[in-house]
Write a protein that binds this ligand. Structure first.
Ligand SMILES: *Cc1c(COP(=O)(O)O)cnc(C)c1O
Length: 482
């Protein structure tokens, strides 16, 4: 094609034949709904064949190819070798199962191709609706702000940056933090997620400024140890400014004593942030909500709709009590003072003033569809049910002589082991993954390798747990007899 006829020939990326595209699109949708409906019939996970890997190591395509062919490659090489978290046998880490409803919401969002950085359009009102709903969920005031982000890792980072602004003042956005930050101290438990330490690094405060407080026998932050650390730091001339509590630790599902932590923060004039990645949504279950009592007193809460909330990845969220402080941490006056009051450029404040992202996708839509379709009562019941499943597994482990419980079921997580050494237990878990029967993960509990099952997926049933336990015992007898 010559440069001269490019303008006149109407070249775009739209299909030449919409009827064909429509037919293929319908087939893709049918295939994917089938995939979800019949996921139980597949292995949870399977190792990626070398041929599939090779297939994704080709040169950059310069020439067009048929969508049908690309779809064929997806069907053969990608879909069968996905993570497996859609499958009821997935019990590893903390992964949500997603829903077909959420998938459809994501598809509609992609069609609108909205940019939720700012401006005056309805998709932003959908996100504002979710912000209002999260305020309601956690008993936060009207002035509280909220923002969709990728996940809790980023939400925790933003919360630490906001706490940094609270401690050092807005002027440090210009001056940098070097001069004033050296004395700041934050506190979290040794069971906190690794992303908390990482956020301290990225925020320029460094991990030396993060005190890891030991945990009690239930893996919760030891309150007496926290009080002592804060007092000692004050005596040493340091400035305690932030406590990061966890509602649902990754290892064991432990929930810090949020009420007492909020009280200590009030007395000591520290900010209180909660990493509630999955546990925060316990508020949807009347039965579990008392476990996170005190969450309503936090200065900020980070959590994921993509874990217990079953919204497809990714849908992390940050809720901040003081919306002005939140905006002061990220907004650039240069852009928002010029804001229009009418036309598409209106709609202030824009979501981009509450975080570092300017272009933002429409994560709110799949979340809105999920909340509208199921309602928080049903979602809360699904969450409570995952905890019932953990108690069932705990019981089964107690009755199997070859198995040993390493941490009692807290919330939805159980840590146990086959009575053999760490190497054998690691082997059992890897064998189990490769068998396609179930996917638990591992962790270290009191110095011992544990098989860790976390129930997050709404599809998991008692039969999936039985299949996992039976396989552990079978593989364990092989692993231990080597
Ligand atoms: C999953 C998790 C995180 C990280 O959240 P992402 O959404 O993966 O970024 C942080 N803290 C806890 C307790 C978690 O369970």
């Amino acid at each position: 094609m010559t440069k001269d006829n490019r303008v006149s020939n109407g070249i775009t990326l739209d299909p030449e034949n919409w009827t064909e595209l429509r037919a293929l699109g319908h087939r893709m949708l049918d295939d994917m709904i089938d995939y979800i409906e019949h996921v139980r019939e597949r292995p949870v996970w399977q190792p990626i064949p070398q041929q599939a890997r090779e297939h994704f190591r080709t040169k950059l395509p310069h020439q067009p190819a048929r969508l049908e062919d690309a779809y064929e490659e997806f069907s053969r090489f990608v879909a069968p070798y996905a993570t497996g978290n859609v499958h009821p046998g997935f019990m590893g880490w903390v992964h949500g199962g997603g829903t077909a409803v959420g998938m459809l919401g994501e598809m509609l969002a992609a069609g609108l191709n909205a940019n939720l950085g700012g401006r005056d359009h309805m998709p932003i009102e959908v996100e504002r609706q979710i912000v209002a709903w999260t305020r309601e969920m956690f008993g936060f005031p009207d002035g509280a702000s909220g923002l969709f982000v990728t996940g809790t890792s980023i939400a925790n980072l933003l919360a630490i940056l906001i706490a940094r602004t609270a401690a050092l003042g807005r002027a440090t956005r210009q001056s940098g933090i070097a001069a004033q930050s050296a004395k700041l101290r934050a506190y979290t438990s040794t069971s906190a997620h690794i992303c908390v330490a990482q956020a301290m690094e990225i925020a320029g405060l460094g991990t030396d400024a993060l005190q890891k407080i030991p945990t009690d026998e239930r893996f919760r932050m030891d309150i007496a140890a926290l009080r002592k650390a804060v007092a000692e730091d004050r005596a040493a001339g340091l400035e305690p400014f932030l406590v990061i509590g966890t509602a649902g630790t990754v290892d064991t599902g432990a929930i810090d004593d949020l009420l007492t932590l909020s009280e200590i923060c009030r007395q000591e004039k520290m900010r209180f942030h909660i990493d509630g990645a999955f546990g925060a949504l316990a508020v949807w279950s009347p039965e579990l909500a008392p476990l996170v009592r005190g969450i309503e007193r936090a200065d900020s809460i980070a959590f994921d709709f993509h874990k217990w909330g079953q919204v497809p990845y990714d849908a992390g969220f940050l809720l901040v009590r003081d919306g002005e402080l939140h905006r002061d941490t990220f907004a650039s006056p240069a852009t928002y003072l010029r804001r229009e009051t009418r036309g598409l450029a209106a709609g202030s404040p824009w979501p981009s003033e509450f975080g570092p992202d300017l272009s933002r996708g429409f994560r709110a839509l799949k979340t809105w569809f999920t909340l509208k379709t199921y309602g928080t009562d049903r979602l809360g019941a699904v969450i409570a049910r995952t905890c019932d499943l953990a108690r069932y597994l705990e019981q089964r482990v107690r009755t199997e002589p070859q198995l040993e419980l390493l941490a009692p079921a807290q919330l939805n997580i159980v840590c146990f082991r086959y009575r053999a050494d760490d190497t054998a237990n690691a082997k059992i878990v890897a064998d189990l993954h490769e068998s396609g029967v179930a996917v638990p993960s591992t962790t270290i509990i009191n110095g011992q390798m544990a098989i860790r099952a976390a129930f997050v997926n709404h599809r998991t049933q008692i039969c999936d747990i039985d299949a996992m336990v039976d396989a552990v015992i079978r593989l364990g007898s092989v692993a231990a007899s080597r």
